[in-house]
Design a protein around this ligand. Structure first.
Ligand code: ZN
Length: 246
């Protein structure tokens, strides 16, 4: 293999490592997103349950008020029987009427409150169904992600182990300048090694136009690929990527 082919092979291996590393970073985020979604449904379910509890409390309070109105009316009706004065009797009747109207209003409020709670209960039911469905889905999904993560981590370890075999042929005196350049630039830009196509005049990495002299230099350099001692590190003036051209 020529030094260029060796660089390409190392770069390909490093690309695979980068992809695996990205996947190892992304999978837990995806897992988190899904579990958060179910947590969101759980939160809405709790809100719906709170709504039912608040509605039930409201109903109990109205029922209390209704009982109080009824007790007052019963007491006043009893008192009315003892009244002998016509004006007092009339006044008592008005008092009882007002209380009866208040009772009537509260009975309407009670009906309304019961309808609200009924709706809230239906909301809880559908939210429970949604939560069950999502919980089942999430369990399968999370198990899948965990499996995939474990597989990816194993593949990453294997790819990193295999890397040494791609570095070794470049780690010799006449090729080391390429290896160290590649390792250094790879921390900043990716990919490092680029090949100019037949009529290509722009760096495929940074898209800047390369001067004709640079292209010729890359071409001369590439022709020496089997004699790395004579080769130079010809690089794009803008981004520093190693440029080769057949
Ligand atoms: Zn460039």
């Amino acid at each position: 293999m020529s030094v260029i082919e060796e660089l390409d092979a190392l770069q390909q291996q490093d690309s695979a490592i980068r992809d695996l590393e990205k996947k190892v970073r992304d999978l837990p985020l995806r897992r988190r997103q899904e579990t958060d979604r179910v947590d969101g449904v759980g939160l809405r379910l709790q809100e719906a349950r709170d709504g039912v509890a608040a509605g039930e409390k409201n109903i109990a309070a109205i029922e209390d008020e209704i009982e109080t109105h009824k007790a007052i009316i019963a007491r006043w009706e009893k008192q009315r029987q003892t009244l002998r004065d016509a004006n007092e009797y009339k006044a008592m009747n008005q008092q009882i009427d007002r209380e009866a109207r208040a009772l009537h209003d509260d009975e309407a409020r009670l009906q309304n409150a019961r309808a609200v709670v009924e709706d809230a209960r239906a909301g809880v039911k559908s939210m429970e169904a949604l939560k069950d469905e999502q919980t089942k889905f999430i369990e399968d999904y999370v198990a899948q992600i965990d499996l995939e993560l474990a597989k990816t981590q194993r593949a990453l370890l294997a790819a990193k182990d295999a890397r040494a075999a791609f570095v070794a042929p470049l780690d010799v005196p006449e090729k080391r300048k390429f290896l160290s350049y590649y390792e250094r630039l790879g921390k900043k830009y990716w990919p490092v090694v680029i090949h100019l196509g037949k009529d290509e005049a722009c760096c495929p990495g940074c898209h800047m136009k390369l001067p004709p002299s640079k292209i010729q230099e890359a071409q001369r350099n590439t022709k020496l690929e089997d004699d790395p001692a004579k080769m130079k590190t010809v690089a794009c003036d803008y981004c520093g990527r190693l440029v080769f051209k057949k």
